[in-house]
Design a protein around this ligand. Structure first.
Ligand code: LMR
Length: 408
């Protein structure tokens, strides 16, 4: 039989999901999944936050709930409470009516809508992403209409920290109106964030060179356990009067991965253009998926708007960030004790879900082939995949891999 579908190139696999599938299919009893960025309990299980369970039950029993369409721009209560969580409840941008939120299909959906708005409506054509970055940034921005993706320096392999001078130099050389993707906190994959002083320098250059900041905020509260601390960079830009977009995800901090709960926050310098901006975003969403789903957004709005539930949730983000910190020191201490060649302080100094270990591709492959330990080729590991039962095993395996393959 003939088919029209001949001659189609085979697309490359998406590393993180390919590893996830390989892990599930793996029958080895000691297998460890350090690949996909999802929280795991100390038993290695996914965690439905207790406050989420509670609100879900209440919503299921609530006869006033129905399945009518939401507006194209989403649930107002959700957009407002999420925007306030990001910018702070006393944010002048909010009180002056210069900031608003639009509900999206998680952080990725927000990035996609933002990219299409910036490329089609503002006619921006160049975006910059950090080296390295979350691998999907490039695809989303190109699919969103951008013509040119450029890298700015971020990670310095020698110091295992930020190459701030390199980053600032690249930003200074970027053309006016280039969109700069910044990770609001818990940089994925490096786990290295700018200090407040470094954020100030980045803001200086972005303002001077008239670059457009696009913050990706996927870990607010999850990174440090403190919502304010994790929003420091974004708020500094807002205080400076810089206009920007910030894409918020509630996958990690609420554990709502598959509910696709996101918010795109737009901060403008005046209120005059807001109606026009919203009308164009409305058309973009209408032409893409028409309107967003209700369940996860209603859940998040319910928690953020109730002082009691909000307090419970803040307890949960502390539980998660504390467990990650414990795993960081657990791995670090074991590698130190084993005398693993190289320095490992970065494991405790990095923040958020991931550690950028510095393991090279040969070592990563060895860990997979011989120990059934799954991680990204870049050497990024999800700290949540570690627990008291597998720490010794993982540390010993890393020790053996590093000792055996000291050079790539
Ligand atoms: C990750 O970085 O592992 C997660 O954010 C999952 C994804 O979509 O890549």
């Amino acid at each position: 039989m003939t088919t029209r579908f001949t001659g189609i190139d085979l697309g490359p696999p998406i590393e993180v999901f390919a590893l996830q599938k390989a892990f599930v299919d793996d029958t080895h009893e000691n297998k460890v999944n350090l690949a996909i960025g999802a929280y795991r309990t100390s038993e290695g299980k996914p965690w439905v936050l207790p406050v989420v369970r509670k609100v879900e039950k209440a919503l299921a029993e609530d006869e006033l709930q129905n399945h009518e369409y939401l507006p194209v721009l989403g649930l107002d209560a959700f957009c407002q409470s999420s925007t306030s969580m990001l910018l702070g409840e006393n944010s002048p941008a909010i009180s002056q009516g210069r900031a608003f939120g639009v509900q999206t299909l998680s952080g990725t959906g927000a990035l996609r809508v933002a990219a299409e708005f910036l490329s089609r409506i503002l006619r921006y054509d160049t975006f910059y992403y950090s080296t390295p970055t979350w691998e999907n940034h490039k695809l989303v921005f190109i699919n969103g209409g951008f013509k040119k993706g450029c890298e700015y320096r971020y990670w310095c392999a020698e110091t295992r920290g930020i190459d701030l001078e390199g980053m600032l130099e690249d930003l200074r050389n970027a053309p006016e109106n280039a969109v700069i993707i910044l990770h609001a906190c818990a940089h994925n994959p490096t786990g290295c964030d700018p200090t407040p002083e470094q954020w100030a320098k980045i803001a200086d250059v972005m303002g001077e060179k008239r670059l457009f900041p696009l913050f990706d905020s996927a870990y607010q509260g999850f990174a440090s356990g403190d919502l304010n601390k994790d929003a420091l960079g974004v708020r500094l830009f807002a205080e400076r009067g810089l206009e920007f977009i910030c894409t918020q995800s509630f996958a990690k901090n609420f554990g709502l991965y598959n509910e696709r709960v996101g918010n795109m926050v737009v901060v403008l310098n005046n209120t005059k253009e807001i109606v026009q901006v919203k009308s164009q975003i409305t058309l973009i969403i209408r032409g893409m998926y028409s309107n967003p789903p209700n369940h996860g957004a209603r859940l998040v709005a319910t928690v953020l708007r109730s002082p009691d539930l909000f307090k419970q949730w803040r307890g949960h983000i502390l539980t998660m960030s504390d467990r990650i910190k414990t795993m960081r020191s657990g791995l670090y201490e074991r590698l130190l004790k084993l005398g693993t060649p190289g320095s490992w302080e970065h494991i405790v100094n990095q923040i958020g879900m991931f550690s950028y270990t510095g393991l090279n591709e040969t070592q990563v492959k060895h860990l997979l082939d011989h120990y059934h330990i799954y991680m990204l080729r870049s050497g990024r590991i999800n700290m949540c995949g570690l627990n008291e039962k597998n720490l010794d095993y993982v540390a010993a395996a890393i020790h053996e891999a590093v000792t055996r393959f000291q050079k790539s």
